[in-house]
Write a protein of this length. Structure first.
Length: 351
């Protein structure tokens, strides 16, 4: 009989311990406290015209309200399509928050959930990554960077990560390309038997960028020669160049600190002879910089257009009254007869 009573007592004690284990965590909330089981935030974006606007943030949690919003960076430093971290604080006077909430318990609309943790019983901090949106503007000017009018260049558009260029020859569309810089070498699509111009508009270069950027309008090029600003805020990493926006140039020319470079499909700067479009260029073997003017390469002289860098062929006049003849491979003729015209050992035409 005593064994039965002892067994009953042990069972009772065990049950009491289990009940206490369940109840103890809630004692800090108070006997009358009601725990908020789920929370939510909604970020409403507005496409500002050439400017980034703050989103409207709301919650529908019953008994709770937004008491403070703290952004990690000032609005002036935001970039369209790039994450911006924000802490949103919810408070409640008569209800309490759990210690933390996972993604399913904290629903975020219009942004990305990071974490949700209680500061105290009545305050919850929700960390979120918001991606700003913007309507892109139009370029202020579009022209050419060389006298041959083969390299298109235009003024940058704020927030734009790419541009769409449509080349026209004799008013007919010849080629449409997308680039990530405000310059495009169009020589590959041009010949000498047409009058060319192009149209350019700003847009998001990647499909993901285009979710957050509304494209601008097409602007038609003029015959003006514009100076290409190039890139000054990126950094070299070996033979690749990391731009300010984190990307790397590929299959394109890039002006960096007033020097031109060409990068292949893997973002590696090229050296030596380069065929770009229908023209040859020579990039310094040691650092990849585009060379111009007279260059002595493999025991031969070449002349590279000072205005664009392309290799010259045929008769050229680098200075008034002084003529030279450059063969099809670009090398200079010397001490020989070219079509009845003699050139001396220095390559100058003498008769």
């Amino acid at each position: 009989m005593k064994k039965i009573e002892m067994r009953k007592l042990n069972i009772f004690l065990l049950a009491s311990v289990l009940v206490l284990a369940i109840l103890v965590p809630f004692r800090a909330y108070g006997a009358e406290s009601v725990v908020i089981r789920s929370v939510n935030l909604t970020f409403s974006s507005e496409f500002g015209d050439q400017e980034i606007l703050m989103p409207e943030i709301k919650t529908t949690v019953s008994g709770a309200s937004i008491s403070e919003v703290v952004w990690k960076r000032d609005l002036e430093k935001w970039k369209a399509g790039k994450n911006e971290r924000v802490s949103v604080f919810l408070t409640s006077d008569h209800m309490v928050f759990a210690d933390s909430y996972n993604r399913s318990e904290c629903k975020i609309t219009g942004a990305k959930f990071v974490s949700a943790k209680a500061v105290d019983n009545n305050t919850l901090e929700i960390k979120v990554d918001y991606v700003p949106v913007v309507k892109l503007g139009d370029t202020a000017s579009a022209g050419w960077s060389d006298s041959n009018k083969t390299k298109a260049v235009w003024k940058k558009v704020e927030f734009a990560t790419g541009y769409q260029v449509s080349l026209y020859g004799d008013d007919k569309l010849k080629k449409k390309i997308s680039v990530s810089t405000n310059m495009a070498d169009l020589s590959e699509y041009m010949d000498k038997n047409a009058v060319y111009y192009y149209e350019v508009k700003a847009f998001g270069f990647s499909a993901d960028d285009r979710k957050y950027m509304k494209e601008g309008s097409y602007i038609t090029s003029s015959d003006v020669i514009l100076e290409y600003d190039g890139d000054t805020a990126g950094a070299w990493k070996g033979d690749t160049y990391k731009q300010e926006d984190g990307g790397v140039p590929t299959n394109s020319w890039k002006l960096i600190l007033n020097d031109w470079y060409y990068f292949d499909g893997n973002g590696i700067r090229q050296t030596g002879w380069l065929l770009s479009g229908q023209r040859w260029y020579y990039l310094n073997p040691s650092d990849g910089k585009l060379t111009t003017g007279w260059q002595f390469i493999n025991e031969k002289w070449y002349y590279l257009n000072p205005a664009g860098g392309e290799m010259m062929t045929g008769w050229i006049q680098p200075q008034p009254g002084v003529w030279y003849y450059m063969y099809e491979d670009g090398s200079m003729a010397s001490n020989t007869n070219v079509g009845g015209n003699w050139v001396d050992a220095a390559g100058k035409w003498i008769s």
